[in-house]
Every structure is written in structure tokens, then in C-alpha cells.
Write a protein that binds this ligand. Structure first.
Ligand code: PLP
Length: 256
């Protein structure tokens, strides 16, 4: 696709606004089907490979939508790679998007990442949680973290196995400087809706177990970050509070 002309900014802005509106209405319909208030579910834009100029267009379209309908919560931004997070951060800073890290975090990149994010959704080990805790111990407000769980058991997926997730969550919850805000998963990639839903149901059950444990630091662990462009309805049906949407807004990504 290297010979394709990039769209003119006006056209692209209109396309992004229309796709974002379509995602918003899918979320609203899914909430309605599930008997949940639409305000229960926030939308995070998964912006990997998308340049800052296009992210700005999407955020501007979202700001206009929110201005027209104050019941909407502004979209969040999620980056997978610290390199992209750091590169685009300055170009988005004036818009002050709520930004989450949704990809793996190496220990030597913790400081760089923490400049730009208010939540790390991809905590997969106590070692990483302890590093975040150490770096955030002096903060007035704790860093939100989600424990990323591999609900499908696929070997290619990041995340702590479901069987170890509750223990990790309780250990993370007890650390200073970080606040366990809930759980994240990348669902099974399959046309089998029942199988995808079973994975999301298991994350919801884990969240409920941890939330009702009464263990120190668990009382805020409400978030379920699950569901993407192809399956956000399934995730909302199972309790998602945050859906992470990339291609449904920005179009197909270049093949890696
Ligand atoms: C890319 C990505 C998404 C969004 O995927 P789409 O299918 O493009 O919506 C969500 N979550 C994570 C962790 C991702 O890497």
C-alpha cells in the first residue's frame, strides 16, 4: 500500500469522526442489550502505528462529540510500545488525553513510560508491579494498574495464567504507590462467540472474586478492560468497563 495517497486531512477527519460515532453507537447498543447504563463503558483508542496527527484528529472528533452530548466520557488513548508512547507524547500533551500503557513494559523503560501514562494495564508479574510501586511510592496519587490475564491460555498471548491471577492481584493490591484498578485481557481471536465470551466471563469472575475478598487494596479493582474492534459487544455483554478499539476507528494497520 506504499503507493496509496494519504487522505487529505479534512476527509480523514470526517472518516475518523464517522467511525468513532459508529463505535460509540455499537457500545451504546451493547450496553442496552446487556441492561447496563452506557456510562459504564469507556472507549480507549488503541493507537499503535497511528501517527500523532491522526490521533489528534480522532481526539478532536471525540471532543466535538462529547461537547454535543455531555453524557459521553471522552475517549482514552492506549499505546502498546513505550517507544511510540514517548515519541507521540509531546505532540499530544496539549490535549491532555488520559493515556494507558496496554503493552509489555521492560524494567529499563519504566521511567520513560511513567512520564506519559496514568495507568499501566499490562502488569503480568509481581516483579514489574514492585518496580512500578518503587517508582511511584512518593507520588501524591498512586499509579493505577491492571493485572493482565491470559484468559484463553494461548501460548502467544501475554498475561498471567488465570490460575495464578488472583494471587498476583492480591499481592499487587498490597503494594504502596500503585492502586489495583482491575483486570485486562486480550480475548481469544475466534469466530466462536461462546468461546470468546467464556474467556471474558472468567475475567469478570476473577474481578468479582478479588473485589469481594476484602483484602487490602482491592476495593477499587472494578475495571474490566476487554473487547476490541471485532468483539466489543461480547465483552460488554460480560461486563467490560473499558473497550480498546484500534482498527474500527483508524482502519487496518500496516502488516508488520
Ligand atoms: C491493537 C490492540 C487493540 C485494538 O485492536 P483492534 O482489533 O485494532 O481494535 C486492543 N488491545 C491491545 C492490547 C492491542 O494491542
Amino acid at each position: 500500500m506504499s503507493d496509496a495517497q494519504p487522505p487529505a486531512a479534512d476527509d480523514d477527519a470526517a472518516v475518523l469522526a464517522a467511525r468513532l460515532a459508529s463505535v460509540r453507537s455499537r457500545v451504546a447498543a451493547a450496553c442496552s442489550d446487556a441492561g447496563r447504563p452506557a456510562a459504564d463503558v469507556r472507549v480507549l483508542l488503541a493507537t499503535k502505528t497511528v501517527d500523532a496527527a491522526r490521533i489528534r484528529l480522532a481526539l478532536a472528533a471525540d471532543a466535538a462529540a462529547v461537547a454535543a452530548d455531555p453524557a459521553l466520557t471522552p475517549v482514552l488513548v492506549g499505546e502498546n510500545r513505550v517507544q511510540e508512547l514517548v515519541a507521540k507524547g509531546p505532540d499530544l500533551a496539549d490535549l491532555r488525553p488520559t493515556t494507558h500503557l496496554i503493552g509489555p513494559l521492560q524494567s529499563n523503560k519504566v521511567n520513560a513510560a511513567l512520564r506519559w501514562v496514568s495507568c499501566v494495564e499490562s502488569v503480568t508479574s509481581l516483579d514489574l508491579a514492585r518496580r512500578l510501586s518503587d517508582r511511584c511510592a512518593d507520588r501524591p496519587v498512586a499509579l493505577d494498574v491492571l493485572v493482565q490475564v491470559n484468559v484463553s491460555g494461548e501460548v502467544t498471548k501475554h498475561g498471567v495464567p488465570l490460575t495464578a491471577a488472583a494471587d498476583l492481584a492480591l499481592a499487587v493490591a498490597a503494594l504502596p504507590g500503585v492502586r489495583l484498578a482491575g483486570f485486562m485481557t486480550v480475548g481469544l481471536r475466534s469466530p466462536d462467540v461462546a468461546a470468546v465470551g467464556a474467556g471474558y466471563a472468567s475475567l469478570a469472575a476473577l474481578r468479582d472474586e478479588v473485589l469481594t475478598s476484602g483484602a487490602p487494596g482491592t476495593q477499587g479493582a472494578r475495571e474490566l478492560s476487554m473487547g476490541m474492534s471485532g468483539d466489543l459487544e461480547v465483552a460488554v455483554a460480560h461486563g467490560a468497563t473499558l473497550v480498546r478499539v484500534g482498527s474500527a476507528v483508524f482502519g487496518d494497520r500496516p502488516a508488520r
